[in-house]
Structures are given as structure tokens and as C-alpha cells.
Design a binder for this molecule. Structure first.
Ligand SMILES: *Cc1c(COP(=O)(O)O)cnc(C)c1O
Length: 361
């Protein structure tokens, strides 16, 4: 059986060394030394000023919305994982969906201004599949209208724009280090911001609002992460170059075949993007063709995933707002299996099954 992804696992001895250390210290959570070390290591790697390690990528988005004190309407993308939209609703704001760009599958920045109302407080966009949004255009719109910007950068480990990490953009960027992501800590996430005030506020918020043992400044939540999760991050980080290189190799192995298929892949719309090859999303001409391809793969015990389906503007708990491109793409896009340990022959097998399904129609 081949699933859409398989978590990366480092050599077990490397992890158990950290576990022995944790046993000796008996410091399991609450801003322990490994959590601090992981924050420093990641901050240096991305060349960022601040980074907070939190319990997952969803709480990272919720903390960002809370810390920026967002109210009313938040302009967002309908093409993302559900956590992007559900976090807005969870924080009692209203998601206002702006349709996506055909090519990058990110929010179409040219359509944002016409969705702004007196109630708009922010833009929450996803760099979907690790391909950057039109960050410059979004920044100028936000400045002109006094809006905050949050980027859901859950897919962006290793993505660069003009030689710098894409995480530098926006008032806040959030990441997910869930087991299925390119870099993971089993469960985990991060919050990135250039603002020391915001980081200070979110650092308190992730720890119940504690400002000392018996003092609280503002309402908080439990968004902390543990030494065990940080240890997994530190060990996986030792292998990050190899993880990123392998992804790229898999991507090029796939692309040889994909060129021969009647499918398209999303593309960056800006110059200067270095993509991380996190996913292999392919867009079919029709949903019928997707279903046929999916069935052929299932018959070979290969399980791709329909990321992202359905389009988030169709969720029952949001007001109906049409986003025709997102709705159309959602029905026609399939993410093919990609994970570290994959062999070229597995990629060849998947591609052959897909080509055969396309040719027998
Ligand atoms: C995975 C993911 C999240 C949620 O992250 P968790 O760590 O699973 O909470 C949010 N947004 C996007 C785009 C994701 O892919």
C-alpha cells in the first residue's frame, strides 16, 4: 500500500539519545531546554528575528488572530486546509472568501480590494503547497487599507523568495510541523513575526497568559509544546538538507512523466521563487478524469488524496460566497504520493498507472 505521504523517521538511536537526556533532567515540558534549542536552530536556519514553537499549526493561526486582536471580517482563501477557515470562525470572525489565481492556486491579489468593507480587519492567506502568494501586492493593499496580514505557511519549510525565507512576510506567519509535513515534530507548529511586541504577547498567550508564577497578563490558552516533540524536531533538523534534496529528486522523477500526461501543476507567478517541492498536486481537465485516475490508483493500492477538497467557501458553517475557480480546481486536483523513502520505481509505477488510465478512455 502506498499512501499520499509517510512521516519521515530519523535513525532511532539519534532520538533515544535525546530521550535519555530528558530522563536525566526530568524536565518534560513548559519551555524546556530542547524547546528553546529548537526555536534557536529554526530561527537561525530561516534567518528570522523571532520564532515560537507551539503545539500545532492550528493553534498558531488562532494565536495570531487573537494577538492581532482581529474583529469582523477576514479576507481569506477558499483553497487551503480546513484549519485556515475554521480558525477564523473559531475566533469569532467572519471569513470572506476571495477566489484564487488559476496558476499559483493562491488567493488572487487582484480581487482582494473589491472584497474590502468597513468591517475588514485582515487578510489571512495560505502559501498553498509551499508556493508563495503575491506577497508584495498583498502588502501594498494591506498598507493602503490598514489591514493586518497573516500567512498560513504550513507548507513552506524551505520555500524562499528573492533568496530569503518566505516566512519574513506578513505581520505573522504560521507553520505546521505535523507528522505529514515535510519537516515535522510529530505534532507541532510555529509562529513567526518581526514584531517583538507581538511575539512577547503570543509567548504569554501560549502559556495561559502567565506573566510570572502568580501573575497573568491577558487571557491565554495552552499552546505549549513538549521536550519530546522538540527532540524529534532537533533530530529531524539534522537531516533537513537530505530531506529537501530528496523531495526535489522525487519531484523531477515525477515531472518526466507528468509532462506526458493530460494534467497541469500549480506554478509560482513571481520571479525569484525557490520552491520546496513539498507536494505533487496534479490538476485534471475534468472531475470525471480525476475519479478515473483515482480509481485506477486505488486498484493498485495507491492512495493519493484530494487536497484540497471541498473548496472552503462551500463549508456549511460559512455564508455562501461563490469562488468559481477554487470550486472548479478543488474538484479536479489530486495530490500524488510523495515521501522521503520513496523509490524511483514507485514513482514510475504510479505514473504508469496514471498514463494507462488516461490512454484507455
Ligand atoms: C497542516 C495544515 C494546517 C494545520 O496544522 P496542524 O499542525 O495539523 O494543526 C493548517 N493549514 C494548512 C494549510 C495545513 O496544511
Amino acid at each position: 500500500m502506498i499512501n499520499v505521504t509517510k512521516p519521515y523517521l530519523p535513525p532511532k538511536e539519534e532520538y533515544t539519545q535525546f530521550i535519555d537526556e530528558i530522563w536525566n533532567r526530568c524536565w518534560l515540558t513548559n519551555n524546556g531546554p530542547l524547546v528553546n534549542e529548537l526555536e534557536v536552530v529554526l530561527k537561525d536556519y530561516f534567518q528570522l528575528n523571532h520564532l515560537l514553537f507551539v503545539s500545532n499549526g492550528t493553534i498558531a493561526i488562532q494565536l495570531a488572530i487573537k494577538a492581532l486582536d482581529l474583529k469582523g471580517e477576514i479576507i481569506t482563501t477558499p483553497f487551503s486546509y480546513i484549519a485556515t477557515t475554521s480558525s477564523i470562525v473559531w475566533e469569532n470572525c467572519k471569513p470572506v472568501f476571495v477566489d484564487i489565481d488559476q496558476k499559483s492556486l493562491n488567493i488572487n491579489a487582484d480581487l482582494i480590494e473589491s472584497a474590502i468593507t468597513k468591517k475588514t480587519s485582515a487578510i489571512l492567506a495560505t502559501h498553498v503547497f509551499g508556493i508563495p502568494c503575491d506577497v508584495n501586492k498583498i502588502e501594498s493593499i494591506a498598507q493602503k487599507h490598514g489591514l493586518k496580514v497573516i500567512y498560513d505557511a504550513a507548507h513552506c519549510f524551505g520555500t524562499k523568495f528573492n533568496g530569503k525565507s518566505i516566512l519574513e512576510y506578513g505581520d505573522v506567519s504560521t507553520m505546521s510541523f505535523h507528522a505529514t509535513k515535510l519537516f515535522h515534530t510529530v505534532e507541532g507548529g510555529a509562529i513567526i513575526s518581526n514584531s517583538p511586541d507581538l511575539i512577547f504577547k503570543m509567548a504569554k498567550m501560549r502559556n495561559f497568559g502567565h506573566d510570572g508564577p502568580a501573575k497573568f497578563s491577558g487571557v491565554g490558552v495552552n499552546g505549549k509544546n513538549s521536550e519530546f516533540h522538540a527532540a524529534m524536531g532537533l533530530v529531524n533538523f539534522r537531516h533537513i538538507d537530505e530531506i529537501l534534496e530528496t523531495r526535489k529528486r522525487h519531484f523531477f522523477q515525477y515531472s518526466k512523466w507528468i509532462k506526458k500526461m493530460d494534467v497541469e501543476m500549480p506554478q509560482p507567478i513571481m520571479e525569484g521563487v525557490e520552491w520546496n517541492y513539498a507536494y505533487i498536486p496534479v490538476i485534471f481537465p475534468t472531475e470525471e478524469k480525476l475519479l478515473k485516475a483515482e480509481k485506477a490508483l486505488h486498484d493498485h493500492y495507491i492512495y493519493p488524496r484530494r487536497y484540497f477538497y471541498p473548496s472552503l467557501n462551500k463549508l456549511e458553517y460559512v455564508d455562501e460566497q461563490p469562488c468559481l475557480i477554487s470550486e472548479s480546481i478543488s474538484k479536479r486536483i489530486l495530490c500524488l504520493p510523495i515521501f522521503h523513502e520513496m523509490s524511483d520505481s514507485t514513482i514510475d509505477l504510479i505514473a504508469r498507472v496514471l498514463l494507462r488510465a488516461q490512454n484507455y478512455e
